[in-house]
Design a protein around this ligand. Structure first.
Ligand code: PRT
Ligand code: MG
Length: 215
């Protein structure tokens, strides 16, 4: 049995074409049912639907052989026990620093002010501000970071931005790039050895499909 861990939403949707290239077709969409285990056209290939932040954990412990996870999630998770052979170049976005419209971020940084920063991405944020020599108090949040500057919880947020629509709708502006984000294929290291004959062709097909999209 080959088990592939995916999160529903953009990662599932953008992984379906890669699976199709490898001849794997899900029996149903996760939105269509409440099932957490979804079969495919191959009796020995199944998909499991987990929270985006839980994908590395399922793969790390071998409950899934393969998974697709955002670089943001992998940076926070740490990546122990995972082989990360491929940037799938899907679910692209940017990790950015944003502030309320009118807040003088540059000025605050120049003055050496201590900034309060709310984020789900504390590891990435810590590294980013340490690299700039900016002192920050990090406030861990699990969602809706955009609210924090509006109600005085934080001076700034570190969050993912794709269209910019969420920032705009909440009177926030991006002031700094932290890093580009895309989703990666992750593989359980033991499974790669034990099931190489089944896993390697899938990895190779994903790689070829990603490369073909670039040209
Ligand atoms: O949503 P849920 O709480 O269940 O979990 P999740 O947010 O971890 O999962 P999901 O499926 O939303 O995201 C999975 C992965 O997609 C992330 O780990 C990222 O690598 C990637 N990704 C790509 C994004 C975005 N684009 C994105 N825009 N993840 C989240 N967002 C959010 C962002 O946090 C912000 O709230 O969308 C909002 C901004 O979007 P724009 O288009 O308004 O800029
Ligand atoms: Mg989300």
């Amino acid at each position: 049995m080959i088990t592939i861990a995916l999160s529903k939403g953009r990662i599932f949707e953008e992984t379906v074409p890669l699976l199709a290239a490898a001849g794997i077709v899900p029996a149903e969409a996760p939105e269509a049912s409440r099932k957490l285990i979804i079969g495919t056209n191959h009796p020995d290939v199944r998909l499991i639907i987990v929270r985006a932040t839980d994908v590395p954990t399922y793969v790390q412990y071998g409950a899934a052989d393969l998974g697709v996870a955002g670089k943001d999630v992998l940076l926070e998770h740490g990546g122990a026990g995972l082989y990360v052979p491929l940037d799938l170049e899907i679910a692209r976005c940017k990790l950015m620093v944003a502030v309320q419209n009118g807040f003088d971020y540059e000025g605050a940084v120049k003055q050496g002010a201590r900034l309060r920063v709310a984020t789900k991405y504390t590891e990435c944020a810590r590294e980013h501000f340490a690299g700039k020599g900016v002192h920050v108090d990090l406030i861990k949040l699990y969602g809706s970071m955009e609210l924090a500057p509006l109600v005085g919880l934080a001076d700034a947020i570190v969050d993912l931005v794709s269209t910019g629509g969420t920032l705009k709708a909440n009177n926030l502006v991006a002031v700094e790039d932290v890093r580009d984000i895309s989703s990666r294929l992750i593989v359980n290291q033991a499974a790669l050895k034990l099931k190489q004959d089944r896993l390697q062709p899938i990895i190779d097909t994903f790689a070829a499909t990603v490369a073909a999209r670039r040209d």
